[in-house]
Design a binder for this molecule. Structure first.
Ligand SMILES: [Zn+2]
Length: 421
């Protein structure tokens, strides 16, 4: 189901205004089918095969023989919901609907007759057996230890993993739109356990980032007017497809997407972030900063992202992903460390923007420790040759590669173990 005909058929079956909107997008905005041999379409997503979205049953981590039936799935999700409530996890269980097009922006916080978030989530799960059930809300990310245990053995086993998330479940009732958004920094594997979802996915090109970032900015400054996000037709290089039950979608980091669940859908997703994608996280910071401004809990998300960024950077600078323990200047032009060194001066101001004073100071210490361990008389960032590396490194780093950062008082770093060849 990767042809345009399949997409149109699925959209024509839906009475949702989002279906007709997606249909006109596909007609007028040069969207290609996912199943394409056109190199120009594939290349826009990136040079590697893994940069292009892929879909199929072969990607599924689930063994078809042990997949739960629809009623078993419902019971598993109800159990997981109770578990999540008991654990008291901070993630919202249920989101009210994205307001549909053309509706007035009445304040609907207390809609649904004061049903609690938890009961609304349970109600939606109770209806996953009904393909045409419609309700106003979604379950975005319900942790599911049961499904995770079922599929754990079938997950991808990649090298250089920074972190991997356990399986979470999204539940969308029939005709629920996925509004235009960016995919996060992970490569995700989403298996559709029931339902049908139509997607349009765009590559993370600089042009698309600019269009989406402007849209986020407009959305935030227009008191969250949905029409500000109506910029899909300005994006380049989109591909479209239908995801059917039991198919898995592999989505690369930072792709843009829009979609519509044309029938009630349950997606089980796990995600992997590899060290190789770290630098693309840094390049996405301006987009993310605009996105956080659109989110109710944006400040907390930004803080959490800054902390995760620091953890990743510390591991890369500790040479965890290098083949050899001793790193010397110049660093071989491959892998996350080399990519970080090349990108640093261009992205550091954006990085400083998401760090607080404490994480900035820690990041500076990680850099100093790294500079100390690199073998050679040159600055590993810009190649400048030192007369006395021991004495000059810190001042040079602060003056040239840390401008704009805080943590100037970090005098506790040791510079006395400098490896000079
Ligand atoms: Zn330098």
């Amino acid at each position: 189901m990767t042809t345009l005909t399949a997409v149109r058929t699925a959209l024509h079956a839906s009475p949702s205004p989002h279906a007709s909107s997606l249909n006109s997008l596909i007609d007028f905005a040069q969207i290609s089918p996912l199943k394409t041999n056109t190199q120009a379409v594939i290349a826009r997503f990136g040079p590697e095969k893994i940069d292009f979205p892929q879909k199929g049953r072969g990607l599924s981590p689930f063994d078809p023989a042990t997949l739960p039936s629809i009623t078993e799935l419902r019971d598993i999700l109800l159990q997981d919901l109770e578990q999540t409530a008991q654990d008291g996890t901070s993630q919202p269980e249920y989101f009210p609907p994205p307001s549909s097009c053309g509706e007035s922006d009445d304040d609907d916080d207390d809609d649904a007759g004061n049903i609690s978030e938890h009961d609304a989530a349970a109600d939606l799960i109770n209806h996953v057996t009904d393909a045409d059930y419609e309700t106003s809300g979604v379950i975005p990310h319900l942790p599911s230890s049961t499904l995770d245990a079922l599929c754990n053995a079938g997950k991808e086993n990649w090298d250089d993993v920074l972190f991997e998330t356990p399986t979470t479940v999204s539940v969308l009732s029939a005709n629920t739109p996925l509004t235009l958004q960016h995919h996060n920094e992970s490569t995700s594997f989403s298996t559709l356990l029931t339902g049908t979802v139509v997607y349009v996915v765009w590559p993370p090109t600089p042009h698309n980032f600019t269009v989406l970032q402007d849209a986020y900015d407009a959305f935030a400054t227009s008191s969250f007017d949905d029409t500000a996000l109506d910029v899909s037709h300005r994006l380049e290089g989109g591909v479209t497809f239908v995801q059917s039950a039991r198919e898995t979608l592999r989505l690369p980091p930072f792709c843009l997407l829009r979609g519509l669940a044309t029938t009630t859908a349950v997606l089980a997703t796990y995600s992997i972030v590899t060290a190789d994608t770290f630098v693309s996280m840094l390049h996405a910071l301006p987009l993310l900063t605009s996105f956080w401004a659109t989110e109710t809990h944006g400040a907390a998300q930004k803080t959490a992202f800054g902390a995760a960024l620091l953890d990743c950077l510390e591991r890369i600078l500790a040479c965890e992903f290098e083949d050899e323990a001793k790193v010397r200047h110049p660093v071989a032009p491959r892998g996350p460390l080399s990519a970080l060194l090349r990108a640093w001066d261009g992205v550091r101001h954006d990085v400083f923007g998401v760090l607080d004073a404490e994480t900035t100071a820690r990041m500076k210490r990680a850099w100093m420790a790294f500079l100390v361990r690199v073998v050679g008389r040159n600055c590993v960032l810009c190649g400048r040759k030192f007369m006395c590396k021991r004495n000059e490194t810190r001042a040079h780093f602060e003056k040239t590669h840390w401008v704009g950062g805080q943590g100037e008082g970090g005098s506790e770093e040791r510079v006395d173990s400098m490896g000079v060849e």
